[in-house]
Write a protein that binds this ligand. Structure first.
Ligand SMILES: O=C([O-])C(=O)C[C@H](O)[C@@H](O)C(=O)[O-]
Ligand SMILES: [Mg+2]
Length: 429
């Protein structure tokens, strides 16, 4: 067997995305992703997926060149190679995250977000070569299926008129009745039994009413609300008090560890985050101050599946829970998320996934949710197959774009509907 990497292919694509609302604006009709293929001397190809905005492509290209001649099994070496890739400081200094809502932007985090796509591709190639599933390469699964939560969004029925887009049949959700109807559809179509509502869109009282309506419609189902740091400490405490009896956790009610620590000190409702603990460097302060009780892992920006396991081990040591964050992603990432989630013993919360919102994919067959769960695949590698025609179609869309959609920018997308829109300053309420 020859594990030498002989070729690395990078294919940026644009995938359809519905008009999902968050505190910064609304999702664009198409969003960028990057598909990574790593080929070995034996002709085995491994696939991975990560963010596709220009700032990631700029790093992925030189990184890919450096991998040729290395071994797909040299996963630790990926981090060493990444350090050799320089990050343009203008990409990280003073930048506002215009859509991802994933906390600080640093050069390291940018690198890790790129490494993760390659780590998954290497694990896929290694697993295919050895005839082992990725979860086995990670030490073995401790469960046969991974539970996901329904990721509810306030949304419009369609993107603004005149905007080129793909249509879907979910309808609008801009009030409690709309949110409950969306949750009902999620349950009917995928069997989800826990629900997360993306908040920070409407004044807190309206979002409290939506969560109350969910609690009435789905008694006993775990519920979460995530305004992406849009509230003050005072508002966060008020919401915690009003919804404390029905929330599994409140996610990033206020922005940053100091504010989260203040909220945490004033409520018994568990606080979760994918904004103030997004790097290993942020863990110490947050855990020491008991600012968060649940960390949402995300292999994309934590630097891959093995770093996700390390994060989970640290959380376990400190008695902090683990859940999983998600941005817009396709089936390659859902497969990767499911493999790593299957190996984490202390994963006691259903994971987030945007996948149901993605009508397009690059796989020959879509992954499915049964009773809200994705079965852990035991086929070699990730256990999924790339559909070249679909990949080419989505790449052509990227090539045809004039550049406007190649960067995710939820505030810019909102300005199409509301020309005066600017990213709200925080706390918004
Ligand atoms: O806080 C979160 O869960 C997210 O950041 C998830 C996504 O970014 C979501 O808010 C989005 O895509 O609008
Ligand atoms: Mg969140």
């Amino acid at each position: 067997m020859n594990l030498t990497i002989t070729d690395v292919r990078l294919t940026p694509i644009l995938v359809a995305d519905p008009p999902l609302l968050n505190t910064q604006g609304v999702h664009q009709p198409y969003t960028p992703r990057l598909i990574v293929e790593v080929e070995t001397a034996d002709g085995v190809t491994g696939i991975g997926e990560t963010y596709g905005d220009t700032k990631y492509l700029e790093l992925a290209r030189p990184f890919a060149e450096k991998l040729v001649g290395r071994q797909v099994s040299d996963l630790n070496g990926l981090f060493t190679v990444a350090e050799e890739v320089s990050v343009d400081s203008s990409r990280v200094s003073g930048q506002v995250d215009v859509g991802g809502l994933r906390g600080v932007q640093t050069a390291d985090k940018l690198r890790l977000s790129v490494v993760s796509g390659f780590e998954v591709a290497c694990l896929d190639a290694l697993g295919k070569t050895l005839g082992l599933p990725v979860h086995a390469l990670l030490g073995g699964k401790v469960r046969d299926a991974v539970e996901y939560s329904a990721y509810l969004f306030y949304r419009w029925a369609d993107h603004p008129s005149g905007v080129a887009c793909e249509k879907d049949d979910w309808g609008a959700a801009v009030d409690p009745a709309g949110v409950v109807e969306q949750a009902r559809l999620f349950k009917e179509r995928y069997g989800f039994t826990s629900f997360k509502l993306k908040g920070g869109v409407f004044p807190p009282d309206e979002e409290i009413a939506a969560v109350r309506a969910l609690a009435e419609a789905f008694p006993g189902h775990p519920l979460r609300l995530d305004p992406n740091g849009a509230w003050s400490v005072e508002t966060s405490l008020k919401v915690a008090e009003e919804l404390g009896d029905v929330l599994e956790y409140l996610e990033d009610p206020a922005l940053g560890t100091p504010a989260m620590a203040e909220v945490s000190a004033g409520t018994d409702v568990p606080l979760a985050t994918n904004m103030c603990v997004t790097t290993f460097a942020e863990i110490k302060e947050a855990f020491t101050r008991d600012a968060v009780q649940v960390v949402l892992s995300d292999h994309h920006y934590w630097g891959g599946l093995r770093n996700t396991q390390q994060l989970a081990a640290i959380c376990r040591t400190f008695g902090v829970g683990v859940s999983m964050h998600s941005n817009t992603h396709l089936g390659i990432s859902l497969a990767a998320m499911t493999h790593v989630a299957a190996t984490v013993p202390n994963l006691h919360h259903a994971c987030d996934s945007h996948y149901p919102w993605q009508s397009e994919d690059v796989l020959t067959s879509r992954l499915t949710f049964d009773d809200g769960k994705v079965a852990v695949l035991d086929a070699p590698g990730l256990g999924v197959e790339l559909d070249r025609e679909k990949l080419e179609f989505l790449h052509q869309r990227w090539l045809d774009d004039d550049g406007a959609l190649r960067e995710r920018d939820d505030a810019a997308a909102m300005r199409v509907a509301e020309p005066g829109w600017v990213t709200p300053s925080v706390p918004r309420w």
